[in-house]
Design a protein around this ligand. Structure first.
Ligand code: DGY
Length: 324
């Protein structure tokens, strides 16, 4: 199979430079209205394309992937998380799946830090106050908040992004780092970062900030719920830049309302773009619209990474970032 014959479908618009590069070497189709494709449109796409490039907003179910009409042999996902794809069904159907790890690590860690600083220092609340014309001027006890420097950060899931964030926090803000993961990381993997491995319950009880970096899976579904929130300090803050369903959003809203924890910063939600309505009324939660990897530089790099995987596929070479 040659590059020029490969049919590639992008389910959403990508940065223009990457679309242009793809159009030069593949028979490229792009979802023109840039809205999530319906299940029927995805089925048509899978029947047309050799390579379909989904994003987090495309649910690729067993039913879709096992249909006899499917022509697609590669799902080149635009993103590192792939919980929207039924991996077992892809494997059974003989469809390879690749993702875009590494290139979005720094941008996502930056958004975790943005959320941590915003929730701790009440930046969103302060900004709303100024914009509403309600600021009455400086005084010694106005909008007191939580200092970050020197506090304890608990990282749940010490992969690339967890580690990058932990390094920013330790070297930038002198934070002590605890982490929980399936297994302890080697000193080499931690790149010399003095981080202590512990159980999730110890981490929740000891941390001033808890930040989630684990993938969505049956094991991590609602890992943070009423019981785990109750283990946290009433002064602690929760940060989620991983996946929405790691947190039971209703339990979190309840905990924030009743002072079980002090605050939260969220970039991801259980049923995006829907946000649990009670969260919208709470002053002590910072809400961002799933923008962790959303810098121009990173989104271009993600597109280039997906394209490199497609080229490898097209040339019959080993895929660079194969997850199935
Ligand atoms: C990722 O790469 O997983 C981002 O969350 C967007 O899908």
């Amino acid at each position: 199979m040659t590059d020029s014959k490969l049919r590639v479908l992008l389910t959403r618009r990508w940065p223009q430079t990457v679309e242009d590069a793809m159009a030069q070497v593949f028979e490229l189709r792009v979802n023109p209205d840039n809205k999530p494709m319906t299940q029927a449109e995805l089925a048509q796409g899978l029947a047309w394309a050799d390579v379909l490039c989904p994003t987090v907003t495309d649910v690729l179910s067993a039913e879709l992937l096992s249909a006899p009409s499917v022509r697609t042999r590669l799902l080149a996902n635009f993103g590192v998380g792939f919980n929207h794809i039924d991996m077992a069904a892809a494997k059974t159907a003989g469809i390879a799946v690749t993702n875009t790890p590494g290139v979005l690590t720094d941008a996502t860690a930056e958004i975790a830090m943005t959320l941590l600083l915003n929730t701790a220092r009440r930046a969103g609340e302060g900004e709303r106050l100024v914009r509403a014309g309600q600021w009455e001027g400086w005084h010694p006890i106005h909008m007191l908040s939580t200092q970050v420097t020197g506090k304890t950060l608990g990282i749940v899931g010490m992969g690339r992004i967890g580690l990058a964030f932990a390094r920013q926090a330790h070297y930038g803000f002198g934070m002590r780092v605890l982490y929980s993961a399936r297994t302890p990381r080697s000193d080499e993997t931690l790149q010399g970062l003095p981080a202590r491995y512990c159980s999730l319950s110890e981490l929740l009880a000891a941390s001033d900030f808890v930040s989630l970096h684990c993938p969505a899976s049956p094991e991590t579904h609602h890992l943070i719920n009423a019981q785990s929130l109750a283990l946290m300090k009433p002064t602690a803050h929760l940060i989620n830049t991983a996946r929405g369903d790691v947190v039971n959003e209703a339990d979190l809203a309840d905990a924030l309302q009743h002072g079980v924890i002090a605050g939260a910063g969220l970039d991801v939600y259980e049923a995006e773009p829907m946000v649990t309505p009670s969260l919208l009324d709470l002053p002590n939660v910072v809400l961002l619209p799933h923008m962790g990897s959303g810098t121009t530089q990173t989104r271009v790099a993600m597109g280039e990474c997906a394209m490199a995987n497609i080229r490898a596929f097209s040339n019959g070479q080993a895929l660079l970032n194969q997850v199935v």
